[in-house]
Write a protein that binds this ligand. Structure first.
Ligand SMILES: Nc1ncnc2c1ncn2[C@@H]1O[C@H](COP(=O)(O)OP(=O)(O)OP(=O)(O)O)[C@@H](O)[C@H]1O
Ligand SMILES: [Mg+2]
Ligand SMILES: [Zn+2]
Length: 385
């Protein structure tokens, strides 16, 4: 019963990462080769007794472990090998009181005793369904002694037991354990896939979100879906129901694409003073010179991939920004961009050891602005070859 009856809108707030956790293989984004292999194994009844899911954080390891466990025990498996989410086994798991799917979070239960009590359970055949499934999350956190205790069971598990281990740190897992598991390497999720998923979440939440804004979030998340969803929540709570590109770059402290477009305009126009002034403005806005020069490299790379329709798909940005890239790329050819990339790359390597880092970047800008000025050098308007 509520004691305090004042309305608090946060009461019902469920973070998006939890609210939108996939419950079927088809809902999992960007791990298609893994989900289809798992589905096939279930369909062909070719299940390993131990699985190890490894990969970076927030890409769906725990999620897939749960879906796999649920699917294996589903009493009503559909045509497409997806859990029905309705049978006794599925519902009891979804309500987190399943009798045959056990989860151990090794991050908080890593002692020998924790593993022993789990091993004790392993002997018993399941009450519902065919298999008893043990999900051991963050398995690298088990103590040495717990690992050793676990090893015996993993060596000779009873036929009804299946283990699904998950970890971000594969290198910390003993080779003896690795060799007993079927290993699945989860990928970082691509910017486009993350942006698409965020778009779906935004739509479901009635939030108007600019495509460019979502792409920036996806880019900043660096392959982790959970991070992107947490950022999304945070930005929505700050910016309200309309998520704009501006709100996102201001909040995530990201150097606006516009700066790079302007810098490259001044480079193409051979305007040294403009480029130096822009760089000064960037520094005064609190950005770091190294961040700027690596960002400029990325910008040039993006212009390069615009030059060929084949590589255009490597440009992972929102729609408006894509058009800007295409327009700017019309002003350059491949040889010119390559030469510019070499200059930024040199500055990037020299930056860390430079005694005057500002000058390192400024020199690069001066070189960039001077490039193409001489007789035998390529003119910026020369046709693409
Ligand atoms: N591939 C994905 N498709 C859709 N949503 C995902 C995916 N990966 C992660 N998520 C979202 O992120 C949340 C966390 O995912 P999950 O717990 O599966 O990550 P994890 O790989 O186990 O990360 P960690 O290593 O930090 O434990 C999920 O609840 C879900 O909302
Ligand atoms: Mg996890
Ligand atoms: Zn079911």
């Amino acid at each position: 019963m509520r004691i305090n009856s004042t309305f608090d809108p946060m009461d019902n707030f469920v973070v998006s990462a939890r609210k939108y956790r996939p419950t079927t293989f088809n809902d999992v984004v960007g791990q298609l080769s893994i989900t289809s292999t798992l589905k096939n194994a279930i369909k062909n009844k070719h299940l390993a007794q131990a699985f190890l899911f490894c990969g970076p954080r927030g890409v769906g390891k725990t999620t897939c472990a749960r879906i796999l466990a649920k699917t294996i025990n589903c009493l009503n498996l559909g045509e497409d090998t997806e859990p029905c989410n309705q049978c006794e086994s599925c519902t009891s798991f979804n309500n987190s009181h399943s009798f045959n799917i056990h989860e151990l979070d090794a991050a908080s239960n890593n002692s020998v005793d924790d593993i022993r009590s789990l091993i004790d359970q392993v002997r018993f055949a399941p009450q519902v369904g065919k298999f008893s499934i043990y999900i051991i999350d963050e398995v690298h956190m088990l103590s040495q002694a717990a690992f050793n205790a676990f090893l015996k069971t993993l060596e000779e598990p009873p036929p009804h037991a299946i283990f699904i281990l998950a970890t971000t740190e594969r290198h910390k897992i003993l080779p003896t354990i690795l060799s007993r598991c079927q290993i699945f390497d989860f990928n970082r999720i691509s910017i486009d896939d993350i942006a698409k998923h965020l778009e779906y979440v935004a739509k479901s939440e009635n939030i108007q979100a600019d495509s460019d804004a979502l792409h920036i979030i996806a880019q900043k998340a660096d392959g982790a879906m959970r991070d992107s969803l947490s950022m999304f929540d945070q930005l929505v709570s700050f910016a309200g129901n309309h998520l704009t590109y501006k709100a996102v770059i201001d909040n995530l402290n990201i150097l606006d694409y516009d700066y790079y477009f302007k810098i490259v305009d001044s480079i193409i126009g051979k305007k040294i003073p403009d480029s130096l002034l822009l760089f000064d403005e960037i520094l005064r806005n609190g950005f770091d010179g190294h961040q700027f020069i690596t960002g400029l490299g990325t910008h040039l790379r993006n212009l390069m991939v615009c030059l060929d329709p084949e590589t255009l798909k490597l440009l992972e940005v929102g729609q408006n920004i894509k058009e800007k890239y295409l327009n700017q790329s019309q002003l350059c050819n491949a040889r010119y961009i390559l030469a510019c990339l070499e200059i930024t790359n040199r500055a990037d390597s020299a930056y860390r050891t430079s005694k005057n880092q500002r000058l390192t970047v400024e020199l690069a800008l001066m070189q960039l602005c001077s490039y193409g000025a001489g007789g035998e050098q390529v003119s910026t308007t020369e046709k693409k070859n």
